[in-house]
Design a protein around this ligand. Structure first.
Ligand SMILES: Nc1nc2c(ncn2[C@@H]2O[C@H](COP(=O)(O)OP(=O)(O)OP(=O)(O)O)[C@@H](O)[C@H]2O)c(=O)[nH]1
Ligand SMILES: [Mg+2]
Length: 196
């Protein structure tokens, strides 16, 4: 039987480089940025959860389950991940950021295959050069270790996952897959590219 896979889209940051506007909700070519991410994921997972610390009602309008960090201190992406890991009933949790609108359509399948083949606890995507620490496939039992890491005051995601058996899956075949939008200038550049 195929494993159940939930996805959580992280939209819980302060988006300071975007000028403090909620990054998931800023317009990218006529749609909220997170809608581009949702469109990429919708056929890849059983359920999509959205992690946001403000504007929850606006995210709920699309019918997805929205939740905020258990710890409301803006502790970084791990705070959203650990909350989702504790909530999910699925076999795996796919984690992606809201600000990567060009994610691969075979992201889940390839991360799962890598994880299973290597009998790993988690899989991380790579662009061929750099690992993408907020693009992960996780087993829910990892919640305890992630919570302990946060409780110790640690925040760096790759430091956390290196404590476990990690499969790295390269998407070097899709050069724009992890284009990451942090500033209005980057958003404008991608909008122009998509429109071409
Ligand atoms: N749940 C949660 N998610 C976060 C937090 N900080 C960042 N993220 C998410 O993690 C992903 C990557 O973070 P960044 O690109 O640094 O986003 P950001 O922190 O909102 O933006 P900056 O303030 O410009 O750094 C984004 O999807 C953010 O929404 C947080 O404290 N809690
Ligand atoms: Mg940040």
């Amino acid at each position: 039987m195929a494993p159940q896979i939930d996805a959580v889209i992280l939209a819980g940051g302060m988006a300071r480089r975007m000028g403090g506007n909620d990054k998931g909700l800023v317009d990218l070519n006529g749609q909220a940025m997170i809608c581009h991410t949702i469109n990429k994921l919708s056929t890849q997972v059983d359920q999509i959860l959205i992690n946001a610390n403000r504007n929850q009602a606006q995210y709920e309008q699309w019918g997805y389950t929205v939740f905020s960090d258990q710890d409301s201190g803006y502790l970084g992406p791990l705070a959203g991940m650990v909350t989702a890991l504790k909530q999910t009933q699925a076999d795996y949790l796919l984690v992606v950021p809201c600000d990567c609108p060009m994610l691969p359509t075979d992201l889940t399948a390839r991360l799962l295959a890598a994880l299973e083949q290597q009998q790993a606890d988690l899989a991380v995507a790579s662009d061929g050069e750099y690992e993408q620490p907020v693009v992960l496939l996780l087993k829910p039992h990892l919640a305890a270790s992630m919570q302990a890491f946060l409780d110790a005051g640690e925040r760096k995601i790759d430091f956390w996952y290196r404590q476990h058996k990690v499969a790295v899956e390269s998407f070097a075949d899709q050069p724009n897959a992890f284009v990451n939008i942090n500033t209005p200038e980057q958003k404008q550049q991608l909008a122009t590219q998509i429109a071409k």
